[in-house]
Design a protein around this ligand. Structure first.
Ligand SMILES: [Zn+2]
Length: 371
């Protein structure tokens, strides 16, 4: 490491080498007006230099000094501390959460808090009162049905984590036979009674899947980052897709411009609710051995465009209590978002991706390559 001139802008992992992972208070004003950081952010030369301050991820961990590593959640390697974050989005505690990054690309929270349920408070979902209200809310998600319709070969559809059902409502309207597995009991009763689909209330996705048959379409819209037992759940999902069927996954994009710049202050880290952030290529590597082949993806859907903008706004407002300062900082964030609008709309740069995988062959044995 090179302490000194660069230390204040160094990646948090660098500080971790000396002791524990240090928490760096969010300095949006310094972030914006700090000349050094500004230079590092915008010039290609400096960008390279900044990257060099991040230890190479492929090096064996015994060369990395004494700071703690943990086993990766999806491959046999060990992962190193990457950053610490707080619950900036909902401020339900003041705890710091440590995220690790493995050489396989995945970034994950460790340890997962034992009381994770308290970070999903009752008001997490604002359930619509009527079907009409739901139909109105669902309008913004029509692009999802277009994606599914383009690749689906059959009508049996399963959504994991539909909340109160924007998408399942549209899917039902489009003629799909919809099943859902949902963690929240109130959402489930709304889905069963008002939306009129089969919703299974079970926080254990794998257990719930065992009771179900095959599907032509399985969708997870911004859910995979919340799932415990990631590798096992993905495998269980792959088993339930009929040959020729599709798996559609939307997730935060850790290769996005915003994440590279904001790291732990990125809105989509959403600590501690997001247990993992999965780069698109890492997701490919996870599902390919399960007979799933990537066929289409984008980082440029309407939801992502929206969150590109709100990401900057929220991140800039994070550190301030409600009031004028927060308002002004959020406004500033809005302008940053507007200034970067075109750049973030370039494919690959957006803050989330949608990926469609087609199942080409049936899953053979449980002793195949590890996902
Ligand atoms: Zn790994």
């Amino acid at each position: 490491m090179h302490p000194g001139k660069n230390s204040q802008i160094m990646h948090p992992i660098a500080g971790a080498q000396q002791q524990a992972v240090a928490f760096r208070p969010f300095p949006p004003i310094q972030w914006i007006f700090d000349w050094e950081l500004f230079r590092v952010t915008i010039t290609p030369f400096a960008r390279k230099r900044r990257l060099r301050t991040i230890p190479a991820m492929e090096e064996p961990s015994d060369k990395k000094g004494s700071y703690m590593t943990v086993p990766c959640i999806r491959c046999p390697r060990t992962a190193e501390p990457y950053f610490t974050a707080k619950d900036y989005n909902r401020k339900l505690s003041n705890e710091s959460f440590t995220y690790y990054r493995c050489g396989c690309g995945i970034i994950f929270l460790n340890p997962v808090p034992a009381d994770l349920g308290r970070y999903y408070p009752d008001e997490y979902y604002e359930i619509p009162r009527t079907l009409g209200e739901l139909a109105k809310k669902a309008r913004t998600e029509r692009f999802k049905i277009k994606i599914v319709n383009r690749f689906a070969k059959g009508k049996r559809l399963l959504e994991i984590g539909p909340m109160y059902g924007n998408f399942v409502y549209l899917a039902k309207e489009a003629g799909f036979a919809v099943t859902a597995i949902e963690y929240d009991a109130k959402c489930c009763s709304f889905l069963n009674n008002t939306v009129g689909i089969r919703a299974i209330n079970n926080p254990d996705t794998i257990g719930a899947l065992k009771e179900l048959g095959e599907f032509d379409v399985i969708v997870l819209w911004h859910v995979i980052e919340h799932l415990p037992n990631l590798a096992e759940t993905v495998r269980a999902l792959a088993e339930k897709i009929a040959v020729g069927g599709i798996l559609v996954i939307a997730a935060p994009n850790p290769d996005s411009f915003q994440f590279k710049k904001l790291l732990q202050y990125w809105m989509h880290v959403d600590a501690p609710r997001h247990l993992q952030l999965i780069p698109k290529l890492t997701l490919d590597a996870m599902v390919n051995p399960l007979g799933l082949e990537f066929v289409w993806g984008t980082t440029n859907d309407p939801n992502t465009k929206q969150s590109n903008k709100s990401g900057w706004k929220e991140s800039c407002g994070y550190p301030y209590p409600d009031g004028l300062k927060k308002k002004l900082m959020r406004k500033l964030g809005r302008y940053i978002g507007l200034a970067l609008w075109f750049y973030e709309n370039i494919e690959g740069n957006g803050s989330a991706y949608n990926a469609v995988y087609v199942k080409r062959e049936p899953l053979q044995s449980k002793n195949g390559p590890r996902a």
